[in-house]
Write a protein that binds this ligand. Structure first.
Ligand code: DAH
Length: 339
C-alpha cells in the first residue's frame, strides 16, 4: 500500500529545498513525468476495483494538486527574483549627469550682430535691409562719392557692369531709406559687403558691416556722441571711454572716427592696443547736406548723423582673435568655443 501522505511530505520537503528552476523541474519530472511516482500511481488505478479507485483517486488528486501548486508558487518566486536581478542590472540612475547633446552654436559674427542690434533696438532703432548687388548710383553717386574717387577704383570694387556692382559698404541702404522721404529716420542695417582685396589676417574680399542713420530736423553732433558712447558702454562695458578723431568720409560733414579706451589695459597701453591705449571702432559723422539733396530731401529741413562699423572687427576685438581667416573657415573646433 502506497503512503500518499509520506509521498506528499517528501515532495513538499523537496520543493522547499529547491534552489533553482532546474531543481523544481527535476521534482516535477520525478512525480509527474512519464516514469514519475504520481504517474505510476495513476496508472495503477486501472487494475483497481471501482470503490478503491474512487477513494484513492481523490487522495492522489488532492496530493497532485497541492504539489503542483507548490511547484508553481516556487517557480513564480524564482522568476520574480530573476526578473528583479535583471532589472537591477538594467536600471538607470536618473541623478547621474546626462551626456552632452551636440547642439549648434551661433557664429561669433552672428553673436556680435545680435548684441549690437539689441542695443540699438532698445534705443528705438529699426532694422532695414538692402541688396548686396547694388547700383553704382546708391553705392557711390547718392553718397557724394563722385566719379574719380579712389574708392570707385576697380582695385577696390567688384563691378558687374558700368552701373551695377557688389556693394562695397552698407551705406547705400542710407540712400535707399532717405530717398523714401519720410522723417524721422532711425535705422540700422547689417549685411555683407565686398571689396576686391586678397585674403590675409586682416582682409577678406567679403565681410560684414553695420550701418546706422538718424535723420530729423534737430539732430546734433552731441546726439551722435551721446548715442555712440552709450552703444560702446553697452557693448564693451560701463568703464569704457570714447574719443572722436576728425576724419573724412564723402557722405558726412564733419566726419569722425570713434575710438574706445582699450578694454584690456584700461587705456594705459598694452600689446592689444599697440600701446595706444585706444582702439578704433567705427566711422561716423553728420550727414553731408549734399547727400540730402542727392536723395531728394530738403537739406535745410534735415539734420542727422550716420555711422558704420565692421562686424568682423568687433568680433576679433571682443573675442581676442588675431586672424580674420578663422571666422570664415568654419572649423567646428573653433566655432564651438562661442556660445
Ligand atoms: N561706409 C564706411 C566704410 O565702409 C563706414 C562709414 C563711415 C559709414 C561713416 C557711415 C559713416 O555711415 O557715417 O568705411
Amino acid at each position: 500500500m502506497i503512503n500518499i501522505d509520506e509521498l506528499k511530505s517528501k515532495a513538499i520537503e523537496g520543493i522547499k529545498n529547491a534552489k533553482s528552476l532546474k531543481d523544481l523541474d527535476d521534482i516535477r519530472v520525478n512525480y509527474f513525468g512519464k516514469k514519475g511516482e504520481i504517474t505510476a500511481i495513476m496508472q495503477s488505478f486501472k487494475d483497481m476495483a471501482a470503490e478503491e479507485r474512487k477513494t484513492l483517486g481523490k487522495v492522489v488528486n488532492d496530493a497532485r494538486e497541492s504539489i503542483e501548486n507548490l511547484i508553481k508558487d516556487k517557480q513564480t518566486k524564482f522568476n520574480e527574483a530573476i526578473l528583479n536581478e535583471k532589472l537591477k542590472l538594467e536600471s538607470i540612475d536618473v541623478s547621474l549627469p546626462s551626456k552632452k547633446v551636440g547642439i549648434g552654436h551661433f557664429h561669433p559674427c552672428t553673436i556680435v550682430f545680435n548684441d549690437v542690434k539689441n542695443i540699438f533696438e532698445k534705443m528705438g532703432y529699426v532694422v532695414v535691409t538692402g541688396p548686396e548687388v547694388e547700383y553704382d548710383e546708391y553705392n557711390f553717386e547718392k553718397l557724394n562719392i563722385e566719379k574719380g574717387h579712389p574708392a570707385r577704383d576697380e582695385q577696390d570694387t567688384f563691378y558687374i557692369n558700368d552701373k551695377v556692382l557688389l556693394r562695397t559698404q552698407t551705406s547705400p541702404v542710407q540712400a535707399r531709406v532717405m530717398e523714401k522721404g519720410k522723417l524721422p529716420i532711425c535705422m540700422i542695417s547689417a549685411g555683407r559687403v565686398f571689396r576686391s582685396d586678397s585674403v590675409d589676417a586682416t582682409h577678406s574680399p567679403t565681410f560684414h558691416q553695420i550701418e546706422g542713420l538718424v535723420v530729423d530736423n534737430d539732430i546734433s553732433f552731441t546726439d551722435l556722441k551721446g548715442t555712440l558712447t552709450m552703444f560702446a558702454k553697452a557693448f564693451f562695458g560701463e568703464d569704457i571711454k570714447t574719443r572722436f578723431r576728425p576724419h573724412h568720409f564723402p557722405f558726412t560733414e564733419p566726419s569722425a572716427e570713434m575710438d574706445v579706451s582699450c578694454f584690456k589695459c584700461g587705456g594705459k597701453g598694452c600689446r592689444f592696443c599697440k600701446n595706444e591705449g585706444w582702439i578704433e571702432i567705427l566711422g561716423c559723422g553728420m550727414v553731408n547736406p549734399r547727400v540730402y539733396e542727392l536723395c531728394g530731401l530738403d537739406k535745410d529741413k534735415c539734420q542727422g548723423f550716420a555711422f558704420g562699423m565692421g562686424i568682423e572687427r568687433l568680433a576679433l576685438l571682443k573675442y581676442e582673435i588675431d586672424d580674420m581667416r578663422l571666422l570664415y573657415e568654419n572649423d567646428v573646433r573653433f566655432l564651438n568655443q562661442f556660445d
